[in-house]
Design a protein around this ligand. Structure first.
Ligand code: SAM
Length: 272
């Protein structure tokens, strides 16, 4: 990825910084079975991490790569639930420091590590990992095939990959594309088949391609409730100006996502 784009993405996540606490460190959407499902917001986000984990069919002792790992919340949960070791990469230096702090406080030092690295040029030898997740991170890629080719290279034959995508489910205006770009999302696919084709073109066999738009949709309304509840406390801690800017930006982005962005989950394998 070009240095400029890496810096933009890194700055974006550095700027959000401590505000990840608003969503318990989960920089991904939540999962509800149905409209009747009463699962609270935080739990719904953890549940999606476990949905990803179950699709990866992780076994104790396996080596897992988390591409675009945020502050390591999914990595820590997967390590705890499945007994795997996880290496996370991100281009936010703030996230690297925060993720490693979380790893230590979870007692997982040595089992989970997070480092600064570009998904498009990964610092790992071929065949290093048994499984990989690209969890709500591929939408930020400037060159999606390159990210997936790198994941394919560092996975062993038979290695599994789960990646998620934010497709557009309605036409986007230029202004709306601008809002997405400000939030590091550049090329939302139009259809599930686009991601299936991407996975196949980069050497993966596609095991399952799922449209979970309905199951994640509630995320945005739940986020607005959480933000309203915590806004005053956040402003007191981090300053009114920072929270006002964050609120304006994220409200534009998540209102748009609620109306026009869906959710796809692809489960893939590297052919033996
Ligand atoms: C929406 S967050 C998702 C974080 C995490 N997967 C989670 O579910 O909480 C996107 C992540 O992708 C990372 N990212 C974006 N571009 C990247 C790149 N070129 N290389 C590595 N990580 C990248 C960001 O730094 C951020 O950590």
């Amino acid at each position: 990825m070009s240095e400029q784009v890496i810096d933009q993405v890194g700055d974006y996540y550095d700027d959000i910084g401590e505000l990840v606490e608003l969503v318990g460190g989960n920089l991904h959407v939540g999962y509800w079975d149905s409209d009747a499902d009463q699962t609270p917001f935080l739990e719904a986000m953890h549940r999606l991490t476990h949905e990803v984990g179950s699709r990866l069919a992780l076994r104790r002792g396996e080596r897992v790569l988390d591409v675009g790992c945020g502050v390591g919340e999914p990595a820590v949960r997967l390590a705890q639930r499945y007994g795997v070791s996880v290496t996370g990469i991100t281009v936010s230096r703030w996230q690297v420091a925060e993720a490693n702090r979380r790893v230590v406080s979870a007692g997982l030092r040595g089992r989970v590590t997070v480092e600064y690295a570009d998904a498009a040029e990964q610092p790992f030898p071929d065949d290093t990992f048994d499984a990989a997740l690209v969890f709500d991170a591929l939408p930020s890629a400037e060159d999606k095939p390159r990210w997936l080719r790198e994941v394919h290279r560092v996975l062993r034959p038979g290695g599994r990959l789960v990646f998620t995508e934010y497709p557009r489910v309605a036409d986007l205006t230029d202004d709306e594309r601008g809002v997405l770009a400000m939030n590091t999302i550049h090329t939302p696919p139009a259809a599930l088949d686009d991601s299936v084709d991407l996975a196949r073109a980069t050497g993966f066999e596609v095991v399952a391609a799922e449209d979970l738009t309905r199951q994640v949709r509630r995320t945005y309304d739940e986020f607005f409730v959480a933000l309203a509840d915590q806004r005053d406390a956040l402003a007191a801690e981090y300053g009114e100006e920072r929270i006002a800017m964050f609120t304006t930006g994220i409200t534009a982005m998540f209102s748009l996502c609620r109306d026009k962005i869906g959710y796809h989950v692809l489960t893939c394998v590297v052919p033996d």
